[in-house]
Design a protein around this ligand. Sequence first.
Ligand code: PGA
Length: 248
Amino acid sequence: MKESVKLIAGNWKMNGLGASLAEVETLAAALAADRPDCRVALCPPATLIERMARLAGAGIEIGGQDCRAETHGAFTGDVSAAMLRDAGATLVVLGHSERRQGHGETDGLVARKAEAARAAGLAPIVCVGETLEQREAGRAVEVVRSQIMGSLPLALADGDFAVAYEPVWAIGTGLTPTLIQIEEVHRAVRAAMIERLGLGIAATPILYGGSVKPDNAAEILAVAEVGGALVGGASLKAADFLGIIRAT
Ligand code: PGA
């Protein structure tokens, strides 16, 4: 991922049944009629990837929300990177805080998953972000830097991935950091990425995520080093998601 245009990615989390694909039809039609000046992606639950990929056409990239680090085997309930690719995905969100916290995922595991994703031809979107307690203790930059160093495998040195900075306390809460705080962390993320992987990643996008809505998207997307957005709740409805896309 090295394009200079922004990437607006929707994370549907555990939301969406077949009937929800009507929103994707609406979105795809709107984007076909008035092509946006950005890349658009949707990451639905695994059950919808194949159907969504067929519906979405060329204007919307499709991603998974997680994958197993192993390629195959006796791992009941898990999905491999190659399975996501086979179903039509080209991206995969990895290390989201809901997986780090709810499933005990460590930086090391996220790095192994990212390596598996690259090997299967997927571009990972690797998530990092501090908790409220860590921010209040003045440790946001330090925490995020350490997550970057531990979660990005050297296999990403070609730059075909994205990082998403998602403060845990901003996800689904309606709270967002100030624009100055977003810029400070994004600059620190860029520095850590370069330290870890070299200058080949200088143009790899760093997305902001956490309560991005149509009414705050334009100011957030204008911050230095913000290369796009990872959007949860506001990506479920075509009208809201389009509002964010049109803010680029
Ligand atoms: P939100 O979620 O936009 O609903 O805050 C963001 C995310 O978890 O990726």
